[in-house]
Design a protein around this ligand. Structure first.
Ligand code: FPP
Length: 290
């Protein structure tokens, strides 16, 4: 079944002008008598205080999602876990469509962690089969919709046939730029950081690199994610509040959101709601308004 992605220009969202400040006269600042609290018309900020650096001027450029809750979704329906993963694959489509409609440039999905290999063989086999099926049935449509597909993680662990399919999909979609879709496969943030440290240490030991010249930028260039911007928004579904080894370095200043929805139920509504929540956040990147 083809991806029912809009082929017409998507309706812009979250681009409405922010609500104007109240036109009433500002309450005077006083050290002795505080301005009375008003539930209807809050006093505008004094002109000397700069507007906070809000995110609502832009949609997040990069959304990363920890897709969680497939097992619980299946259990609630007395179905085998694989049914939850299959329904999760359908939700992947909806997330891609929602990202395209919203104008998000980068979407990164945590499909299989390096720890997921510890799951029972049956489930690993089901997930691997689902990935193979997804590649065979969805890549043409992703390409038609100008989606560029890439992966991060140690995909060699999935075997030569999946590595070959992934390579072909990446090659086919390499010139697409409507949405950069990255799927994390056998991915672990800690091992990614250790591998970068090891590579830099080896270069230093070989006399090719002065340790004093190692910066956050050079370190980042040794991560899987060197081709992408850091995520602006990380969503984990199912109400769990953990990062589970996902984009540990890259999400240093990301906004996090933990909606209750189980991943197989995730849809456009949840994606748009997440973006609306993001739009309310004040991102400071560790600084303070001047
Ligand atoms: C977490 O739910 C989900 C996973 C470990 C796998 C994610 C896989 C998919 C969404 C489908 C396949 C994806 C692609 C790209 C083809 P869980 O099993 O841990 O759920 P639980 O916490 O409720 O048990």
């Amino acid at each position: 079944m083809p991806l029912p992605i809009y082929r017409t220009a998507p309706a812009p969202i979250l681009q409405a002008a922010p609500a104007p400040l109240p036109k009433t006269a500002p309450a005077p600042l006083s050290l002795t008598a505080p301005a009375p609290l008003s539930l209807t018309a809050p006093a505008p900020l004094p002109q000397t205080v700069p507007a906070p650096m809000r995110a609502d001027t832009a949609i997040p450029r990069h959304v990363a999602i920890i897709m969680d809750g497939n097992g619980r979704w299946a259990a609630a329906r007395h179905l085998p876990r694989v049914a939850g993963h299959r329904a999760g694959a359908q939700a992947v489509r909806r997330a891609i469509e929602a990202a395209i409609r919203a104008g998000v440039e980068w979407l990164t999905l945590y499909a299989f962690s390096s720890e997921n290999w510890q799951r029972p063989n049956d489930e690993v086999s089901d997930l691997t089969g689902l990935l193979r099926h997804y590649l065979r049935t969805e890549v043409a449509e992703l390409h038609a919709e100008h989606v560029r597909l890439r992966t991060i993680g140690d995909r060699t662990r999935f075997g030569p046939d999946i590595v070959r399919e992934l390579h072909q999909a990446e090659h086919l979609t390499r010139n697409n730029s409507r949405l950069n879709l990255t799927v994390a496969l056998s991915y672990g943030g800690r091992s990614e950081i250790v591998a970068a440290a090891r590579a830099l240490a080896a270069a230093a030991a070989a006399g090719q690199l002065d340790p004093a010249n190692i910066t956050e930028e050079t370190f980042g260039q040794h991560l899987f994610t060197t081709f992408m911007p850091d995520p602006d928004l990380v969503i984990r579904t199912s109400g769990e509040r953990r990062v589970s080894n996902f984009l540990l370095w890259q999400s240093a200043y990301a906004e996090f959101l933990f909606p209750e929805v189980l991943w197989p139920d995730f849809s456009q509504v949840h994606f748009d709601s997440a973006l609306a929540d993001y739009a309310q956040r004040e991102r400071r990147f560790g600084a303070r308004p001047a």
